[in-house]
Design a protein around this ligand. Structure first.
Ligand code: GAL
Length: 368
């Protein structure tokens, strides 16, 4: 009861402070009891390398934002687990041993990591779950609205199939890793759109999101369903969409069915231009990564009001209820939205995308 009263009071205060400009964008909100100054170490644990987002965007954006918020005094200690949950457990232990001030954790295995989260908590180190909702006593969570990611994928796939879609039209589903809670939400969101509209002929959960596994799964699906009977493929991310497309090409499919994806990887954007992949999902990494950096710095500095302002959503994990959270909206990335998403946000330049092979496709949609 007391907790509820406090949190209502805090959010009302946040609103009024934000309203009169006390809480500015640089995060100079009112301090409660600043426990630390700018001299801090933020531990960052990211899950894998196969997907380029982590090394290319998440890490550098968080590093630079922490530096900016701390007058270059704060430091980010980064470790990538390369899709190995036990390696991540060691990396987490190392961060505890090194006495970092806070940990941002993107779990390889959200369930297995709970014991490590508890150890950090016991050592007095707060843990903020980043992108994937880690189990255990986390302090906050920042991610995209993952169910909505799946809905956007499902809806865009239906759009691609067109108005004459029949419930007997066969779809293959290539979902993400069973140890990643996001994968489950992407699947749920997609199914909420697809169920009752098409037939899910084959469905797979793909260990560690491995593109080469997705390729094998797709080859199996082609044998089971027939290469000319697949109306569309739900692939949960771009890496796996690449594997799916390879498998289709390997059996001589030239008129590719619509294939979905996620993450706005550069080669996926190029496949979208070339008409090989229908869509991806653009998740504005700067929004997620900068919010994580702001949350981490505010937490370490004891800026509670600012921290509450940054975490106005609430989520439940299998082990914790009402976790303060920030959930960001994803956007469908198709030929029509390349300009307004990845180009507008400076993720890629036109030169990155429109290499010699894609010049004509770029010109056709006015990308220059
Ligand atoms: C998810 C994440 C996606 C993608 C995927 C595969 O958890 O939200 O952006 O990276 O993992 O790595």
């Amino acid at each position: 009861m007391r907790r509820i009263a406090i949190s209502v009071a805090a959010s009302t205060m946040t609103l009024s402070l934000a309203g009169c400009g006390v809480l500015d964008a640089t995060g100079n909100g009112a301090d409660t009891s600043p426990s630390k100054g700018n001299d801090m170490t933020v531990g960052l644990l990211l899950p894998e390398k196969a997907n380029t987002r982590y090394d290319k965007f998440d890490y550098p954006i968080i590093r630079d934002k922490v530096a900016e918020l701390t007058g270059k005094k704060g430091e980010v200690k980064y470790a990538n687990a390369d899709a190995d949950a036990s390696r991540q457990a060691e990396q987490l232990q190392q961060m505890i041993d090194d006495k970092v001030d806070i940990i941002l954790l993107d779990a390889v295995d959200s369930h297995a990591v709970a014991a490590g989260v508890k150890k950090a908590k016991d050592a007095g180190i707060p843990v903020i779950a980043y992108d994937r909702l880690a189990e255990g006593p986390i302090d906050a969570y920042v991610s995209f609205d993952n169910e909505l990611v799946g809905e956007v994928q499902g809806r865009t796939l239906l759009e691609a199939l067109g108005p004459n879609t029949d419930t007997s039209d066969k779809i293959v589903m290539v979902n993400g890793s069973p140890t990643d809670p996001n994968a489950k939400q992407f699947k749920q969101g997609a199914l909420s759109e697809l169920n009752g509209k098409v037939t899910i002929a084959e469905t797979y959960d793909t260990t560690d999101w491995k593109p080469e596994l997705a390729e094998t799964e797709m080859a199996k699906a082609i044998s089971a369903v027939g290469k000319n009977n697949i109306a569309g493929v739900y692939a949960a991310n771009d890496g796996m969409a690449g594997g799916v497309i390879k498998a289709l090409k390997a059996v001589g499919v030239t008129n590719l069915p619509p294939v979905t994806g996620q993450d706005a990887e550069l080669d996926a954007v190029q496949r979208i231009l070339a008409g090989e992949q229908y869509m991806s999902v653009y998740k504005a990494y700067p929004d997620e990564a900068e919010a994580a950096a702001q949350m981490a710095v505010a937490k370490v500095q004891g800026k509670d009001i600012q921290f509450d302002a940054l975490t106005q959503d609430k989520v439940d994990s299998p082990t914790a209820k009402d976790i303060p959270a920030k959930l960001i909206q994803p956007i469908a990335l198709t030929k029509h939205t390349i300009k307004s998403t990845v180009i507008a946000d400076g993720i890629y330049s036109v030169d990155d995308i429109c290499t010699a092979k894609y010049k004509a496709a770029c010109a056709a949609i006015g990308l220059k």
